[in-house]
Design a protein around this ligand. Sequence first.
Ligand SMILES: Nc1ncnc2c1ncn2[C@@H]1O[C@H](COP(=O)(O)OP(=O)(O)OP(=O)(O)O)[C@@H](O)[C@H]1O
Ligand SMILES: [Mg+2]
Length: 254
Amino acid sequence: MIEVKSLEFEYDSFCVRVSFDVKEGEVLTLLGPNGSGKTTILKCIYGLLRPKGCVLIDGKDFHEIPIKERAKVVGYVPQTHNPPFPYSVLDVVVMGITPQLGLFEVPKKEHYEKALEKLRLLGIEDLKNRPYTQLSGGQLQLVLIARALVQEPKILLLDEPTAHLDFKNQVQILDIVRKLTRSEGISAIMTLHDPNLASLYSDRIALIKDGSIVAIGKPEDVIREDLLEEVYEIPIRTFKLNGYRFILPACHPS
Ligand SMILES: Nc1ncnc2c1ncn2[C@@H]1O[C@H](COP(=O)(O)OP(=O)(O)OP(=O)(O)O)[C@@H](O)[C@H]1O
Ligand SMILES: [Mg+2]
């Protein structure tokens, strides 16, 4: 379980102020416009930014844990990533395990096996020998997700995990995240831009505007015309299908 308590962070002209928690096995999606603070919130939780307030994981202050130890607990998939060296895909995924190794320990066969298992899970085993610098945006995203999963973290932070993915892969990744969180008792916090996918694949959604939570709750309680119009400032219509609530912009193309 992760508890984000009175988290506060300020850039020159922007401020984030949020409190929320995510239980074991639960997926919380941060949904909100560009620049509303979603990435900032994830970076504050992971400790890349130094916020006020605290982040408790199973009751322990996460920011008090040494950086190397933190990677054993939390897997972070960033929104953007520029691969520095042409490592092979398999090596990049194995690097996710490095925090669990001793000082002079090198990854062993079992670690490579684990990495291959995650590549298989994400349907990209055929990329294992490809240089990481020569991947498409979507392939890169899948590799970063595999690298986060190989750590077998308790908490997963995913910043726009579907951003570069095709329609099938978007659904596949969200399905994997949802299933893994349930089967492994992981708490996942992700950001998405598609309210319909958020509605389908989240246990709860937090609507974010100007660095604050406008509403948080089950998709059916949050994916509401009035709340979404407040957040996105466009006319919106919702409709129900198979028990899920979906949205469409109510703008007419001119
Ligand atoms: N390093 C920085 N220095 C100053 N301001 C920043 C910095 N990074 C982000 N910001 C500002 O903070 C605000 C929130 O940015 P953030 O990246 O958290 O938004 P976001 O909700 O993730 O947006 P997007 O959906 O476009 O990814 C924006 O106004 C952004 O310009
Ligand atoms: Mg962002």
